[in-house]
Design a protein around this ligand. Structure first.
Ligand SMILES: Nc1ncnc2c1ncn2[C@@H]1O[C@H](COP(=O)(O)OP(=O)(O)O)[C@@H](O)[C@H]1O
Ligand SMILES: [Mg+2]
Length: 249
C-alpha cells in the first residue's frame, strides 16, 4: 500500500502545519520526528482520515483520504494510551474492533487470539487489562490495530508511557511484527534513538508551522551514532526556533 502526503497543511487558530510532503511505499516504516507541538499528532490524524486537512491531499494507493468517510483501505491506529476497555478481557478488547467487519463470535475470538499471539500475548487472552503490565497492554493495543488487517498502521508515540527496558523490548517486537506482516507503518516518536533504531525512512519536521526539514533513508548509508547526533542537533535548533516564535495556540 502506497501512502502519499502531498503539500498537506493545517490551520487551527494559528497555522500548525505549513506544508508537508512525503511518500511511503508498501512495507516502509516511516518515523515522524519533530519538536513538541509542531503538529505530528495532527498530521497522523489527517493521514488516518480522523481530521480534515486545510490544504493538500493524502492518498492511499492513489485514492484520496477524506476525513470522516468510510474507506476501502483500512487504517489501524495505536495511540499513546492503550485505550483498552478495563471490563473486557484482552481477547474481547481485540474482538470488539472486528464486530463491524461482520465476523461471527467464534471467528472474532479466533482472530483476536491469533493477533494476541503475534503480539507475544499467547496465554493471556482471558486476562483483564488491569491484570497485566503496561507493556502487555500496549501489545494488546497493537494486536487490536493489526486484527483488522490494516493496509496502513499509524502509531502515535505508542511507547511513551513505558519504561526504558519495556520500550526496547517493544521496539524489537514492532520491528518483528512489521517484518512478518509487511504493513506500511507511520510511527510518531519524540525519541531520535527510537526512530533510528526502527525506522526505514525518517521524516524530521521543523518548528511550527511545520515543513519537512529533512527526509532521511535509514538504510545504513549513514552510521547510526552519527545519524543520532545530526538529528539531535536538528531537533534542538527546531525546538529553539519554536520557542522563539512564542507559545502560539
Ligand atoms: N483540535 C485542536 N484545536 C486547536 N488547536 C489544536 C488542536 N489540536 C492540536 N492543536 C494545536 O496544534 C499544535 C500541534 O499539536 P500536535 O499535533 O498535538 O503536536 P505534536 O503531536 O507534534 O506535539 C499545538 O499548538 C496544539 O495546541
Ligand atoms: Mg503528539
Amino acid at each position: 500500500m502506497k501512502l502519499e502526503v502531498a503539500a498537506v497543511g493545517k490551520d487551527y487558530l494559528i497555522p500548525v502545519i505549513d506544508s508537508v510532503s512525503f511518500a511511503a511505499e508498501a512495507g516502509d516504516f516511516v518515523c515522524l520526528l519533530g519538536p513538541n507541538g509542531c503538529g505530528k499528532t495532527t498530521l497522523l490524524r489527517i493521514v488516518g482520515g480522523i481530521e480534515p486537512a486545510t490544504r493538500g491531499r493524502v492518498t492511499l494507493d492513489g485514492h484520496a483520504v477524506i476525513a470522516d468517510q468510510r474507506h476501502v483501505r483500512k487504517v489501524g491506529v495505536v495511540f499513546q494510551e492503550d485505550r483498552l476497555l478495563p471490563w473486557m478481557t484482552l481477547r474481547d478488547n481485540v474482538g470488539l474492533v472486528l464486530t463491524p467487519l461482520g465476523l461471527a463470535a467464534a471467528e472474532r475470538a479466533a482472530t483476536a487470539d491469533r493477533y494476541l499471539k503475534l503480539a507475544g500475548l499467547g496465554g493471556f487472552e482471558d486476562y483483564y487489562p488491569g491484570r497485566v503490565s503496561g507493556g502487555m497492554r500496549q501489545r494488546a493495543a497493537i494486536a487490536r490495530a493489526l486484527a483488522i488487517e490494516p493496509d496502513l498502521l499509524l502509531m502515535d508515540e505508542p511507547f511513551g508511557a513505558l519504561d526504558a527496558q519495556n520500550r526496547r523490548i517493544m521496539q524489537t517486537e514492532v520491528r518483528r511484527i512489521w517484518r512478518q506482516t509487511g504493513r506500511t507503518i507511520v510511527f510518531v516518536t519524540h525519541s531520535i534513538e527510537e526512530a533510528v533504531a526502527i525506522g526505514t525512512t525518517l521524516v524530521m519536521l521543523s518548528a511550527r508551522p511545520s515543513r519537512v526539514r529533512e527526509l532521511i533513508k535509514n538504510d545504513g548509508h549513514v552510521e547510526r551514532a552519527k545519524l543520532v547526533d545530526d538529528l539531535n542537533t536538528m531537533i534542538m535548533e527546531e525546538v529553539e526556533r519554536q520557542q522563539g516564535a512564542g507559545p502560539g495556540a
